[in-house]
Write a protein that binds this ligand. Structure first.
Ligand code: SER
Length: 566
C-alpha cells in the first residue's frame, strides 16, 4: 500500500462514518503558545473544542495533520524517530449533548473495523491496552467492557497513567484515559477519551466529553507493509535513492546520515512552505538547525556541493497531491534552502578547522562557534561526542544569555531541554530534578549546587559538585525521598520576584549578575525552592515513579546522575 492510499483509506472510512474531513492545519500554530513552536498532534488545532464544543458546527472531524516534534531530534537516525510526521486522527466533541457526537464505544469499534477490515491486518497481530486506574483516577471499566466485546481481540493489557492517560497538563485543558492498539507489539493508534479537565493540579470530570485519536502515518504504513523501519516506506525511498545518487554512497553503509538528511530536509521543506525562514529565533532557529545538521551529515557522506534543494524537490513530488502548499511555495523553498546552504558552507570549513584545534570545549568556545561560524550548539555538542571532547553547556547558556541581553534577539528558553518543545514528560522531569536536588542536599550536603542539567523526554541528566562516588544506600535514600514527595502530591508554585529577594531564598549556580532583575522562583512546599525559568508541572503527584538509572563521574569533583520517571 502507498502512503497516499493509506491516507485516502483513512479519510474515506471516517467520511463514511459521518466525519467532516478538514485539510491539515499549518505546522505553525495559529495562536501564540509559548510552550509549543509547532503543531505536534492532530488534536492541536481543535484543542478549544473539547471544552467549548459550541465553537464548532462539526461534532465529528477527521484529518491527516502535519506535525513536527523536535523533542527527539537527537534520536533521529535510529529506526523509529522522525521530526516530521503525519498524524491520522478522528475527533468527536461535546458528548453526550452535541448531535452526532460519540464516545468510547464508537471510537473503539471504528478503530477495530479500520485496522482489520479496511487495512486487512490479521487479528492475531493486534492487541489493545486500557487504563487500569491510578492516583485517584478510576479504572476505565467502560473501555474494558467494550474491548472485551470484540471476540477476536487477542489480548487486553491494563496499564497506568504513564502509558494510558493523555493530558496536555496545562491549566484548563482536556485529558483522559486512552485505549491503544498495538500491531506486532508496536503502538499504532492512541485513542484518547477526554472526559476530564485539568484544574489546579486535579482532574475533574467534564461536562463535555470528547475523543482525540492519533495514529502516525509513517509507522502504520511500515506495519501494514511489514517493513522493518519507516525509512523503507514510499515516503522515504525516493528521497533515499536521491541521496545515494548525489553522494555515490550506499544507504546500507551510512544509515544514520541518510536518515537524518531525509528527515530533516523533509521537515525543513514543510516548515518553509508554512511561512518560516531560517533565523536565530523560535521556529526559524529550529529550521536553521535542521538544515545545518543535514548539511553536516551530507559532508560526512562526502557531499561538498549544495544538495538540499535537490532533496526538497523529491520531497515536494512525494507529497504534492496531498499538500498543495508545497508546490505553490516551491520557488521559495528552493531559494531559502539555497541561501541557507550558501551561508553555512561559507563558514563551515573555517568552523570545522577551528573545532579541530580544540581539545576541550568551554562555553565560550561553543558560543564562538555559534556566533562566528553559525554552528548550532547541538551540532557542536554532536561533534564533541563524535570526537570524545567534553563541552560545558551551562557556560554556553550563560554566554548566550549575556549576548542576548545585548542583541535582544532570542529567548534563552529556546535552548533549554532541546528547544522549547515542552512536552509533558520533559516538564515532569524538570520538576523531578528540583525534587532530586533538594533530596541530594538532604542526604549528601547542604552546599551542593547544580553544575549542569540536560533533559530529554526520556530522562534527566544532572551534574552537581560532590567529591566521591555515591553509595547504593545513598542512591536509594535519594530515590525514596523523591518518591515520598511525589506521593505527598505537593503543588508546585511559581512566583516572580526581584532578584535580590530571590537570592536570599535559593542557592544558585550561575553568577547572579547573569540573571535579569525580576526572576521566577519555583517552590515545592517547604521542600524545594529554586530560581528557574521553568516549565514545571503543577503538582508533584503527576510525576509517576522516580528512578536513578546511573551515577557516575562527570569531571573532577562533579558527579552526574541520570534518572527517569516511570
Ligand atoms: N493527542 C494524542 C497523541 O498525540 C492522540 O492524538 O498521541
Amino acid at each position: 500500500m502507498t502512503a497516499e492510499e493509506l491516507r485516502e483509506n483513512f479519510l474515506d472510512f471516517f467520511k463514511a462514518k459521518g466525519h467532516t474531513i478538514i485539510p491539515s492545519a499549518s505546522l505553525v500554530p495559529r495562536e501564540i503558545d509559548p510552550s509549543v513552536l509547532f503543531t505536534t498532534a492532530g488534536m492541536h488545532p481543535f484543542k478549544q473544542y473539547y471544552l467549548n464544543p459550541d465553537e464548532t458546527s462539526d461534532a465529528r472531524i477527521a484529518t491527516s495533520q502535519k506535525c513536527v516534534r523536535t523533542i527527539d531530534i537527537d534520536e533521529v537516525g535510529d529506526d523509529t524517530h522522525l521530526t516530521f510526521f503525519e498524524m491520522l486522527g478522528n475527533f468527536s466533541f461535546g458528548y453526550p449533548k452535541k448531535e452526532n457526537s460519540y464516545f468510547k464505544e464508537e471510537t473503539i469499534k471504528f478503530a477495530w473495523e479500520f485496522l482489520t477490515e479496511i487495512l486487512g491486518i490479521e487479528k492475531s497481530r493486534i492487541y489493545a491496552t486500557y487504563f487500569h486506574g491510578e492516583k485517584e483516577i478510576p479504572e476505565d471499566k467502560e473501555s474494558l467492557e467494550i474491548l472485551k466485546s470484540i471476540s477476536d481481540l487477542k489480548e487486553i493489557k491494563p496499564q497506568g497513567t504513564e502509558d494510558n492517560f493523555w493530558s496536555l497538563g496545562v491549566e484548563n485543558s482536556p485529558g483522559g484515559p486512552t485505549v491503544e492498539f498495538y500491531v506486532d507489539g508496536i503502538e499504532v493508534w492512541n485513542c484518547v477519551f477526554n472526559e476530564y479537565t485539568f484544574k489546579k493540579g486535579q482532574y475533574e470530570l467534564s461536562e463535555n466529553k470528547g475523543v482525540d485519536t492519533g495514529m502516525g502515518l509513517e509507522r502504520l504504513l511500515a506495519v501494514v507493509d511489514k517493513k522493518k523501519t519507516v525509512f523503507e516506506t514510499d515516503l522515504f525511498v525516493s528521497i533515499i535513492s536521491k541521496i545515494e545518487e548525489i553522494s555515490g554512497k550506499k544507504y546500507e553503509d551510512n544509515q544514520k546520515s541518510f536518515r537524518i538528511i531525509s528527515d530533516h530536509i523533509k521537515a525543513a521543506t514543510f516548515i518553509i512552505a508554512d511561512g518560516i525562514i531560517p533565523s536565530n529565533v523560535k521556529q526559524g532557529y529550529v529550521l536553521r538547525r535542521l538544515i545545518r545538521r543535514a548539511i553536516r551529515h551530507g559532508k560526512i557522506l562526502g557531499i561538498e556541493n549544495n544538495f538540499t534543494k535537490d532533496i526538497a524537490e523529491i520531497v515536494i513530488s512525494t507529497y504534492s497531491n496531498m499538500y498543495l502548499e508545497l508546490k505553490e511555495n516551491g520557488n521559495k523553498i528552493f531559494e531559502e534552502l539555497e541561501k541557507e546552504e550558501n551561508k553555512f558552507r561559507k563558514t563551515l570549513a573555517g568552523g570545522l578547522k577551528e573545532f579541530e584545534k580544540l581539545t576541550a570545549i568551554t562555553g565560550k568556545d561553543a558560543f564562538n562557534l555559534y556566533q562566528t561560524y553559525g554552528f548550532p550548539l547541538e551540532m557542536t555538542e554532536e561533534l564533541a561526542v563524535e570526537k570524545n571532547i567534553k563541552i560545558d553547556k551551562d557556560e554556553f547558556e550563560t554566554e548566550f544569555k549575556k549576548h542576548q541581553e545585548l542583541s535582544r534577539t532570542a529567548s534563552a528558553g529556546q535552548f533549554k531541554g532541546g528547544l522549547a518543545d515542552t512536552s509533558e514528560q520533559t516538564k515532569k522531569l524538570h520538576t523531578a530534578a528540583h525534587l532530586m536536588l533538594a533530596a541530594i542536599r538532604k542526604i549528601l550536603s547542604g552546599d551542593i549546587i547544580q553544575k549542569g542539567s540536560n533533559i530529554t523526554e526520556e530522562r534527566l541528566r544532572f551534574d552537581f559538585n560532590y567529591p566521591e562516588k555515591l553509595t547504593k544506600e545513598q542512591i536509594a535514600e535519594i530515590e525514596n525521598i523523591v518518591n515520598q514527595k511525589i506521593v505527598e502530591n505537593i503543588p508546585v508554585e511559581m512566583t516572580e520576584m526581584p532578584k535580590d529577594e530571590a537570592l536570599k531564598l535559593a542557592k544558585v549556580s550561575f553568577d547572579p549578575a547573569k540573571y535579569g532583575d525580576i526572576v521566577k522562583v519555583y517552590k515545592i512546599g517547604d521542600f524545594s525552592i529554586e530560581l528557574c525559568g521553568g516549565p514545571h508541572v503543577e503538582n508533584t503527584g503527576q510525576l509517576g515513579k522516580f528512578m536513578i538509572k546511573k551515577e557516575e563521574s562527570s569531571s573532577a569533583g562533579v558527579r552526574r546522575i541520570k534518572a527517569v520517571l516511570e
